[in-house]
Design a protein around this ligand. Sequence first.
Ligand code: GDP
Length: 302
Amino acid sequence: WARLRRRLSTSNNALARALADLLSVDKIDADVWDDFETTLITSDLGVGPATELTEALRKRLAVDGVADPVKAKEILTEELLRLVDPSLDRSLNLTPANDGDPAVVLVVGVNGTGKTTTVGKLARVLVAEDKSVVLGAADTFRAAAAEQLATWGERVGVETVRSDVDGADPASVAFDAVAKGVEDGVDVVIVDTAGRLHTKTGLMDELGKVKRVIEKKAPVNEVLLVLDATTGQNGMTQARIFAEVVDVTGIVLTKLDGSAKGGIVVQVQRELGVPVKLVGLGEGVDDLAPFDPEGFVQGILG
Ligand code: GDP
């Protein structure tokens, strides 16, 4: 986080700017608080949390003049941290339900959000922890997806199970990957899926079937929903749809390095009741990190 926080703070400082603006005025009046709240909303914090944060700051600063900048930042840090909720369990559950089975991680989300990249980076993290990993290329819809995943597999030194046939049944590839994981006695199987939001029923049928078929071999431990932080409210809409069709257990927020909209962390956790577990902070192999609430808040406040 120390290394990645720098990257976060250079691009993702809408809240820091809001605070700086707030403190730069001669007198903090109702209009100034209004502008502050608006900035929070545009940083994708969500209307509810933005209002809460503004109210908390307004109350705690209790100013009718100029606020002490140091104290103001301290209070904003505390209140923002409270919204991000450091008490949530953000660890990945990688304990297999049955002895000898691999843990199965299903990675879902709309194409282009960074799903395949996340699968590759996650494999890298697990390999670094001495875990054995198999990847499953169940995104059979996009022609280049399996190739891209296999390239990641080679890069991090793990095997990728894929189909030779274009447009193969995603559930069948997912099954083969988990079967391979069971056969080889690996620790974790990570399955990449297609994220076509053509229709909700289509998505539901496809993901439902993938999960059902996998569970003939081994239970699914985690369903990670990948969201692109730069897409803001669009991302929220996607998140709601996915949460309706599959039991999401954790969020991976990608492209936080290029987003001024970090507030989405708060909004997505609140609405879905699911913690942000991992964040993508770049395109490189080592740019995936566990979500650290304190580091995140410090990063976005600059
Ligand atoms: P998929 O279609 O969801 O599997 O998306 P990909 O994994 O192919 O990623 C789409 C693009 O986003 C690629 O160019 C990735 O390099 C890029 N990407 C993924 N994660 C991140 C991230 O955390 N930060 C940045 N800056 N780019 C990312």
